[in-house]
Structures are given as C-alpha cells and as structure tokens.
Design a protein around this ligand. Structure first.
Ligand code: GLU
Length: 273
C-alpha cells in the first residue's frame, strides 16, 4: 500500500517535470509559451520600466508587434534589461530570443549577431545644460568632460572620430550620465537624439537640458538575433514590413515621440539581405 503511494507520487512528479520541460522551451508560438525579449529599462520614449512595473516606449511597441507576429501575446513576453555592452553576449548565450533596444546595426556587431530591420533611423547628438554656450560642434568636446555608455556606438564614435581628446567617462547606462550633467561633473551626454529627447522632456528635467541638434552620425536600429538564425530574421523582417504597411509604425512613433516633440525620420527601408 505504502509502496504504491510512493510510486504514484513518483509518477506524478515525472509527469509534472515532463510537462514543465515541454512548456519551457518557448520556441513554438502557440499554447501559452513564453518569449524573452531584450529592451532598455531606462530610456523614456524608447524602452522604459515604469515605477509601477509597466514597460513603455517605441522599442516596446515594436517588440510587442513582432512577438505577436511570431505567435506570442503581450502577456507571453518576458522583458529583460539589455544594457548596451551586454547585447551581443545575451544573444549569443540565448538569454533572449531577440533584442529591440536602440540597437544600431554595425559591421562590427554583425560579426557576432545578426540583425533584422532596420526599423528606425536616429542620429548621434549631445545633451547639454540649458545655459551651455561653449559647445556648438563635435570638436568642441575635445576640451570637455563627456559622458556616454560602455559598448555604445556613441562612445566609440567620440573616440574614433568626433573628439578623440575628449575626457570621456563611460558608464553603464545613459540615465547615470544625467546625474553627472545636472551636478556639473560632466559637460555633455552623448548618444542618439531620440534617446536624449526623451530625457530632456521628462518632468523632473524640465528646463534643465537642451539638445545640440548636431546629427553626428546615422544610427539604424535593428532587431538583434542570434547569429545564423536566418529563419527568425526572415520572420521578423516580414513582421516589420507589415508593421510599416498597416500604419502601426506611424502610430508607435506618434505615441512614443509625440510627448518629447522628437521629430522622427521616415521609416528606413528594410534590408532583406
Ligand atoms: N544606438 C547606439 C548603440 O546601439 C546608442 C544607443 C545605445 O547604446 O543603445 O550603441
């Protein structure tokens, strides 16, 4: 009797763990499975985790649309923070299925990951204090203290092209640079204009900062995926095409960049190669 109970219990455990394995892989689109998606958590208008635990921003809307086309409802998405310097590793390790996180397509990154898209075109710019008069062009940064983020094209462009002599302080996220800009430990924060516009328009920063408006580079945002997954790339490109043609892209731009007054460029053509 006792023995039978034990074996029944073992059978139950086995069944449960088998069921858990079947549910856990998340690769197929149907049947309540989960998909893990990488975004930024600290970029208002692009990718933001709000204080009440919600996720908002253009990348969040794009990623939600793409996930839906792949067969996942919004409730099936598990959002993961993807700091600039960790994106390639997260994709290579399979920590996330795809990343939509102001992620510029570059040849260097393409050695490690693949990109669907592009789905957005931004430009590198500077955020300075409202009363700043000494920074009118990129080369002015050579005598300035500048903050940007480790692993970003923004930091790399400063070192390689814009102002190699700038005193560059690379931090983990752009929001950390804002504190430095406010308390004058740095003179400028550099990254994409779309990101900077979001910070400048936040309530707590009202009247404090301004964008220089310099268009220091072209940043084409792609959806990062694991290198070699051409099937997923094809599916995501198809989803992005649909997102543009059914008016969703325009809707997402208006909803997320409207509040900051950021004027987005037209949607770039998707590179099917
Ligand atoms: N788009 C640039 C990049 O991918 C800057 C923004 C970011 O760090 O996410 O590096």
């Amino acid at each position: 009797m006792k023995l039978r109970k034990v074996s029944a219990a073992i059978a139950t455990v086995l069944t449960l763990s088998l069921a858990a394995t079947a549910c856990g892989d998340g690769d197929s689109g149907s049947g309540g499975k989960k998909i893990t998606v990488g975004i930024k958590f600290d970029q208002p208008g692009i990718g933001l985790k709000t204080q009440d635990g919600k996720y908002t921003g253009f990348d969040v809307d794009v990623a939600t649309y793409v996930a839906k086309e792949l067969g996942y409802e919004a409730k099936d998405i598990e959002w993961k923070q993807s700091p600039s310097a960790q994106r390639e590793t997260m994709l290579a390790n399979g920590d996330v299925k795809f990343i939509a996180a102001s992620y510029s397509i570059t040849d260097k990154r393409k050695e490690k990951v693949d990109f669907a898209g592009p789905y957005f075109l931004a430009h590198q710019d500077l955020l300075v204090r409202k009363d700043e008069t000494g920074i009118a062009q990129g080369t002015d940064l050579n005598s300035k203290k500048l903050c940007s983020v480790t692993g970003s094209t923004s930091a790399q462009n400063v070192k390689d092209k814009i102002a190699p002599k700038a005193d560059l302080q690379p931090l983990g996220g752009y929001s950390e640079c804002l504190t430095g800009l406010e308390n004058k430990s740095v003179d400028a924060l550099t990254t994409d204009d779309a990101i900077l516009a979001g910070y400048a328009s936040q309530k707590e920063h009202e009247g404090k900062f301004k964008l220089a408006g310099l268009k220091l580079s072209d940043e084409k945002y792609g959806i990062g995926i694991k290198k070699g997954d051409s099937d997923l790339k094809g599916k995501i490109n198809k989803a992005l095409e649909k997102m543009k043609s059914d008016g969703s892209w325009d809707k997402f731009v208006a909803a997320n960049f409207g509040p900051s007054g950021y004027k987005a460029e037209n949607a770039p053509a998707i590179d099917a190669s």
